[in-house]
Design a protein around this ligand. Structure first.
Ligand code: ATP
Ligand code: MG
Length: 428
């Protein structure tokens, strides 16, 4: 099955709004094994929208349009789709009632007068025969209109509404539509890898990627890590799992050292789980990451169980005053050095009274690099009960990428330490 994406909105053509809707839908469609060969962006212009719809419908089985479903005059997607399908717009009663009851709320008339109700009711007008897609968080509904063997799906432009409706209604609908007979379900598992780049990952499993058709293996490079998605089609979930298992086992045999987790669980969550299980606490000393590690650790609910704090010591003076890094160490070796990273990790462990202290110091760029200490040079340190370690890394990318990769490198060091050591070896 082939699908096309049609993003509607002049703001997208002006570069004011980034087309995250199409990116989101493209990713979801690829997870469902639905091919997308074209994405189109068109402004709020009836003639061009109708033309774009005709072209997409001629090529694909399903066209997914987002945007232009709102109450204002420039919202013309429903009318354009009706025109292309040769049907009228009719009022969907349930939606109209939902809008009226929303307008009956006392504050509404007070704030907007009665003119707005008519405008909002325009959103209830959908092409005849269309199946309405409820909007759980807004007033504009979406719809699915099938004509002949094809379908046009319209969703609002607001990303949160679009996503909610896609997840609730559209993706399950497409999954049913896409599944060939005897392969009613599609199951995916994402293996998450750290400490290895995309090209090396691909090189290690190139033969598997090339020969596998079901399950398929898709590498995805993120800024700071690599994901491998294994997707199987089968008659039922258990059969799909059985097909995924040997492929996963083979990938883990080759790359297992780097596979820190699966699916939606980020490295900070895995590290948090390991700390809690081991009954250990963690404190962080950050320089070039500017608090990013603390931010990621505290994104995990319940992190107060094991995360004591992150001290952002950006200047040399702060490293000396707050973390008790010896001024000599900085003078002799520089702020970006293994020695300073070690002293920062030991310092924050001491100051916060944690079992584990970790540290990052590096040159995020674009300025500040020298021939011996280039941009991207980063040291991560880890202090436990018995010993303190530091690692040197040469991270690539612009300033924000170096920061993200530095934070990941530090968290990965904690991960490996907790994986390879007994809690008693690191506890205070
Ligand atoms: P509404 O009911 O809110 O009027 P709508 O369907 O008319 O929804 P638009 O008016 O086109 O949607 O867009 C609403 C908001 O969503 C705007 O802030 C717009 O920038 C944003 N938006 C629209 N299309 C996209 C897109 N493809 N990707 C990301 N954001 C988008
Ligand atoms: Mg718009």
């Amino acid at each position: 099955m082939q699908a096309e994406l049609l993003s509607v909105g002049t703001e997208l053509l002006l570069g004011e709004t980034l087309d995250t809707n199409a990116a989101y839908l493209a990713e979801k469609l690829s997870e469902l094994g639905i091919s997308v060969y074209h994405k189109t962006t068109v402004g709020d212009n009836a003639e061009r929208l109708v033309a774009a719809l005709r072209i997409s419908l001629a090529r694909a089985d399903v066209v997914l349009a987002t945007g232009g479903l709102g109450p204002t005059d420039d919202d013309i997607t429903a009318a354009a789709i009706a025109q292309v399908a040769g049907v009228n717009l009719v009022e969907d009663e349930a939606t109209a009632e939902k809008i009226r009851s929303f307008a009956r709320q006392a504050s509404f008339a007070h704030q907007h007068g009665s003119g707005l109700l008519d405008k909002l009711l325009k959103q209830a007008r959908v092409p005849q025969r269309a199946e309405v897609i409820p909007n759980p968080i807004g007033t504009a509904p979406g719809f699915i209109l099938t004509c002949d063997s094809k379908a046009v799906i319209a969703l609002p432009g607001v990303p949160a509404e679009m996503k909610a409706m896609a997840e609730q209604t559209v993706l399950p609908y497409l999954a049913r539509r896409a599944a060939p007979e005897g392969s009613a379900v599609i199951v995916s598992r994402v293996l998450r890898l750290a400490g290895i780049g995309e090209s090396q990952t691909e090189a290690e499993i190139a033969d598997l990627v090339q020969t596998q058709t079901n399950p398929t293996i898709a590498p995805l490079a993120r800024t700071h890590e690599v994901h491998l998605r294994i997707t199987a089609r089968a008659a039922d979930p258990a059969a799909a799992e059985e097909m995924i298992a040997p492929v996963e086992a083979e990938i883990r045999r080759r790359l297992g050292d780097h596979v820190y987790g699966v699916d939606g669980e980020a490295l900070e969550a895995v590290v948090g789980r390991m700390l809690r299980q081991a009954g250990l606490t963690l404190a962080v000393a950050e320089s070039c990451t500017g608090g990013l590690i603390g931010h990621r650790l505290t994104n995990v609910p319940g992190s107060s169980d094991y995360f004591l704090g992150s001290l952002v010591t950006y200047s040399n003076e702060a490293k000396v005053a707050v973390l008790k890094v010896p001024a000599d160490t900085i003078q002799q070796h520089g702020a970006v050095s293994a020695e300073t990273a070690r002293a920062m990790a030991e310092g924050v462990r001491e100051v916060c009274g944690a079992d584990l202290g970790i540290s990052v110091t590096g040159i995020a760029g674009p300025t500040g690099g020298t021939p011996t200490k280039p941009v991207g040079l980063t040291y991560v340190g880890l202090a436990g009960a018995g010993e303190t370690a530091a690692e040197e890394h040469r991270l690539r990318g612009n300033r924000s990428m170096v920061k993200e990769r530095a934070a990941q490198t530090a968290l990965y060091l904690v991960y490996r330490t907790l994986r390879d050591r007994k809690p008693a070896e690191v506890a205070k």
